[in-house]
Design a protein around this ligand. Sequence first.
Ligand code: ACO
Length: 423
Amino acid sequence: MPESLKLTSPETTVELTVTDGAIRATDLRQVATDQGPLASYDPGLVNTASCRSAITYIDGDAGILEYRGYPIEQLAANATHLEVAYLLLYGELPTPEQLTAWENRVNNHRFVHENVRSIIQSYRYDAHPMAKLMSGVASMHTFYPSARQIDDPEARERNIVRLLAKIPTMAAWAYRHSIGRHYVYPNDELGYVDNFLAMLFQSQQLVYRADPRVTRALEILFILHADHEQNCSTNAVRAVASAGNDVYTSVGAGIGALFGPLHGGANEAVLKMLGEIGSVDRVPEFVEGVKNGGARLMGFGHRVYKNYDPRARIIKRACEDVFEVTGVNPLLQVALELEKYALEDEYFIKRRLYPNVDFYSGLIYEALKFPPEMFTVLFAVPRTSGWAAQWLEGITDPQQRITRPKQVYTGHRNRQFIAADER
Ligand code: ACO
């Protein structure tokens, strides 16, 4: 790996140092020419490192994902979601005492202000739950004004805990509102994931107790979705935070970004796609359509992974446990055939397109009887821990400045105004 690069023009030569991070990057702030600083043009920031980060490591070519240096496979096999949230936020796995204190602390904050309930309730019954979740989260700094004191470490931590604790409550209520059921309040006897399932599905029971296999599968899904370095929504969180914003406002923006069908909305789109294909024998025809410029194969391809997404492999295994409880989702066969067919096809091989995290997750969510609109919400709930960790890292990074990219201007210049009646 080179220590430095030389950039030469007829007038000057600039020596660029290469950063010591996991990917090679050069600090473009140092590039100046006689005509001023030289900017990079990089739509979608495909090849731009926007920050330094010690939270999540991805090697897209090798299919590696690590949180704070721990392989995702080990965390998914052994940890709980709250344990992983602690790891993302504090950089270390908690001791047993720290974990108990952390769980108690988060679980004590699960109730939300009744006015948040009114915000959710003010939507039409058929409003997308992501809109309700985004509004609920964005409103929270108005209930907890200390959130705006982002220079106070204690206030920062307190509000992160509140957000982690309350987002499942808001997510569950967004769902209950859409089906016209009464709201279920948090239950102190239940852990983070069990309580979430109870708030979603409880009907007449005094206490809803989920099948432990389902709880564990959702716990795994939560761990896999907890963070993924500088993806679209995390970048949105960091950009909004860079203007000096609190964690609720910043995460509210992240929820908006995640809603997009090319990002968190993809698992919903996968289910629709599998439903449209309908049967295994229609797979070849569908794939040919994709190759001829039809709809994209949803749940395939990734900006970073040019290999099998390691999360997809773990989810594929988790499907088996859930289907033991729920019965096999009939669309599984279509998904398996689609994967097999695409992975052997030259179009997908050449472009290095593999199943991503969204390809199989929707099958589990559907088997658990979640409507498709809830799929992205089920992504947002665990991703909140990653967003919060990234928010914290961003606002405490002395190198971080307000995010304000340049543009390459391509429009007119210096035109003369013409009065309306003369145009
Ligand atoms: N189906 C068919 N072709 C595809 C797909 C796909 N799913 N994804 C990429 N391609 C093709 C493109 O058409 C392009 O082909 P070309 O070189 O002939 O023009 C080539 O592969 C490169 O694609 P880009 O769009 O340049 O890749 P980019 O990195 O910008 O996009 C993305 C990544 C958005 C994930 C893309 O692969 C996609 O749209 N996938 C489907 C949506 C999806 O599953 N999103 C979830 C991503 S994971 C997440 O957000 C949690």
